[in-house]
Design a protein around this ligand. Structure first.
Ligand code: FES
Ligand SMILES: [Fe+2]
Length: 424
């Protein structure tokens, strides 16, 4: 795919995007190699692998991978595909393993990916068989604030450079608590009939839709939060990842919800103490400016999104141009009292759990946008992403290019990233 066709797919300023990017199988094939093979992708969170040998089965684009903590504590990511003849060596979602034995012909691998043994190896292969060249294929791996990233591209920039200034804003959410954060419970997986980009763009950047698409849910939330969200801003950070922030912590916090669950004075005291200590820790650790920011939503290109307001982190994995496997994690402070975690979990479940109202409303819209982009006539019309174009501004203290919440600045950032990645 040359530059010319990409220019026809996304405007130079990303003010419009061709609907062809949704259903075209050739575009999807390029996304697999140019985006999902090259970008840093989150595959798991460290809290899901606390002990040596712990593993989770994950995915990088459509490639199945195993994420495992080795005996020395190192986290490794391997292609979940036997070096003999491609079988998945791991057939379960999570667990602990000291070795891997392929269920097909029994090749055995160590937790560092080395081929350890083959049944009756001397019969047929001979003494000169080169085991070292038959290791499991490993991906480059790095960890940021507990989030395990991996890439198949040896030439990709280091993760800190890939994240750029987005990391400063991520820190205001995931580095504000002593002891860090953890994924609470398992991961929720849903296959939706939508192109992956509509899921990623919506979850990571779209602050315009909640008032309409989630109007009923918004009415259930205390009103100050809604007014507060209207004053939020979008920030396009140095490496192109968009974050939506508020300049102050919201008037409604988890403190009230946790206190509502307390039945003894001792529980109330513990909750107050933890919140007070956390605010003091964040102020000292992040500084007054960053600890006073509130991140509403954000996206690390291509497929990681986070909505700290409902304690959610999302991954969307493409499954062909018209389907996405959407994973949700409930992420909470690891050392918070039980009732604080419970309050956070309840909000996550109400908004985004299996019966969560937001989930149902969003899925309906993504599937509808996907279907409506496939018609011959409809596909000739572009998506309009022009709102607020040219009204961006800078901030004297914070990094990035800013726009108000009413702009589509953050969405344009997603599509610019897409065009840049596809042309590389
Ligand atoms: S495919 Fe794994 S041992 Fe043959
Ligand atoms: Fe939504």
């Amino acid at each position: 795919m040359g530059e010319i066709s990409l220019e026809r797919l996304v405007a130079p300023d990303a003010a419009w995007v061709s609907r062809q990017v949704i259903g075209d199988p050739e575009i999807y094939a390029k996304e697999r190699t140019r985006i999902f093979e090259r970008c840093w992708l989150v595959v798991a969170h460290e809290s899901q692998l606390p002990a040596p040998g712990d593993f989770v089965a994950s995915t990088m684009g459509e490639e199945p991978v195993i994420v495992q903590r080795d005996r020395d504590g190192t986290v490794r990511v391997f292609l979940n595909s036997c070096s003999h003849r491609a079988s998945r060596i791991c057939r379960t979602d999570r667990g602990n393993a000291s070795t891997w034995i392929c269920p097909n012909h029994g090749w055995a691998f160590a937790t560092d990916g080395r081929l350890l043994a083959i049944p009756q190896i001397l019969e047929g292969y001979g003494p000169d068989f080169d085991r070292a060249s038959r290791s499991l294929l490993s991906a480059r791996t790095d960890v940021y604030r507990g989030f395990i990233f991996a890439t198949f591209d040896e030439r990709a920039p280091d993760l800190v450079d890939y994240l750029g200034d987005a990391a400063r804003y991520l820190d205001t959410v995931y580095d504000r608590y002593e002891g860090g954060v953890e994924v609470l419970g398992g991961q929720q997986k849903v296959v939706v009939d939508s192109n992956w980009k509509l899921v990623a763009e919506n979850l990571g950047t779209d602050l315009q839709h909640p008032e309409v698409a989630h109007g009923a849910f918004m009415e259930m939330w205390p009103d100050p939060v809604m007014s507060f969200m209207k004053e939020s801003e979008q920030v396009l950070t140095s490496a192109g990842h968009p974050i939506c922030i508020g300049r102050q912590l919201p008037p409604y916090t988890e403190r009230e919800s946790a206190l509502a669950l307390a039945s003894t004075a001792e529980e109330e005291r513990e909750i107050h103490e933890w919140f007070d200590d956390s605010l003091a820790y964040a102020s000292k650790h992040l500084g007054d400016l960053y600890s006073g920011l509130y991140v509403f939503t954000g996206g690390i290109f291509p497929n990681l999104s986070f909505l700290p307001g409902i304690n959610a982190v999302y991954l969307c994995h493409p499954r062909g141009p018209l389907q996405t496997e959407w994973w949700s994690w409930c992420v909470v402070p690891a050392q918070a009292p039980k009732l604080v975690k419970e309050a956070m979990r309840s909000l996550f479940m109400l908004a985004s759990g299996p019966g969560g109202i937001i989930l149902a409303e969003d899925v309906e819209n993504w599937a509808d946008m996907t279907r409506s982009s496939l018609g011959e006539v409809g596909a000739r019309m572009p998506f309009d992403v022009s709102r607020g174009l040219g009204e961006e501004y800078t901030d004297p203290e914070l990094p990035g290019s800013f726009a108000t919440m009413r702009s589509e600045h953050a969405q344009r950032a997603f599509w610019r990233n897409w065009r840049r990645s596809m042309s590389a």
